[in-house]
Design a protein around this ligand. Structure first.
Ligand SMILES: O=C(O)CCC(=O)c1ccccc1C(=O)O
Ligand SMILES: [Mg+2]
Length: 294
């Protein structure tokens, strides 16, 4: 095995980061085929969570992914917490018809203006989901979700598709789910410190966000999807370079049931990459592609 440290730059600050660093792992299988894995855990991850990411990188480098059952999946665009004019451009990037809008970091008025701009840019038939990354208190969450759902009913968009991780704890997600009509999606709650089983047991989410690398690899994430079924899943990246992104695509294309539009369009947010041609969506869809690691 060969190990190659890397750093890639982001176009927009994301999760407080302007770059992503890690190690690429390269291995040749028994038939002489080359495979690459990416180990790029976030710096604040515990040793246990880093070890899961390591298992995902090893699975990729050993060429142990299951065979795909579809060629491509729909993706969502990602709208960071930018002003309404820039939000419009992000909303339809890559041909996406579903936009995931980051909210909750500034004022509710700014969030409303951003959602209205995204609804207008998408137009009829578009879908809007929001990601709070936790942090809302229950009562604030109820008020904000109602206001943002109204904002998403402009331009022919049918309200919010779901709200991702509005509050931190599984208990708060479960309570909130009983107080609002908008579906609730669990992201961090199924990994930090919880599990999909705990979210299921508390009946705390309608939609489950699965990420191949932090969950320990494609096969592990497929087991979790099996446990969750028939509830809908969304496969998302962890803002990896294209080598890591390929694991998410392999997972999305191997699921027995087609996932909802996936958060696998993050290649568009990279200014530099580990491959010659970044994995990015066209016509709102993304599929696997041979990687030319540079
Ligand atoms: O879901 C997506 O569209 C992309 C993935 C994404 O948003 C993300 C990427 C890295 C870290 C956290 C998150 C998140 O879902 O908040
Ligand atoms: Mg999220």
């Amino acid at each position: 095995m060969e190990f190659r440290p890397f750093t890639v730059e982001l176009r927009t600050r994301f999760r407080g980061l302007t770059s992503r660093s890690g190690v690429l792992v390269r291995a040749i299988d028994a038939e002489g085929h080359e495979h690459w894995g990416e180990y790029s855990p976030f710096a604040d991850y515990s040793p246990e969570r880093k070890s899961r990411w390591w298992r995902a990188a090893m699975e990729a480098a050993r060429g142990e992914w299951p065979a795909p059952v579809r060629d491509s999946v729909a993706v969502n665009s990602i709208v960071p917490e930018v002003d309404p004019e820039r939000a419009r451009a992000y909303a339809t990037a890559g041909g996406a018809r579903t936009a995931k809008v980051k909210v909750g970091g500034g004022t509710l008025a700014d969030d409303i203006a951003r959602i209205e701009a995204v609804a207008d840019a998408l137009g009829a038939g578009g879908a809007i989901r929001i990601d709070v990354n936790g942090g809302w208190e229950l009562d604030d969450a109820v008020r904000a979700i109602q206001a943002l759902d109204r904002a998403a009913r402009t331009g022919g968009v049918d309200g919010l598709e779901y709200v991702e991780q509005p509050c931190d704890t599984v208990a708060d997600l479960a309570s909130l789910r009983r107080r609002v009509d908008v579906p609730i999606a669990a992201d961090e709650a199924i990994r930090i410190p919880g599990t999909a089983s705990a979210v299921l047991a508390a009946d705390a989410a309608d939609v489950f966000i699965l990420k191949a690398s932090p969950l320990g690899g494609v096969r592990r994430a497929l087991e979790i999807a099996d446990e969750i079924a028939p509830r809908p899943v969304v496969i998302a990246s962890s803002m990896e370079s294209s080598v890591g992104l390929a694991a998410g695509i392999a997972l999305a294309c191997a699921l027995p049931e087609e996932p909802l539009a996936c958060g696998l369009g993050t290649g568009m947010l990279l200014a530099t990459d580990t491959v010659a041609s970044t994995l990015a969506p066209t016509g709102g869809r993304i599929g696997s592609q041979p990687l030319e690691v540079i």
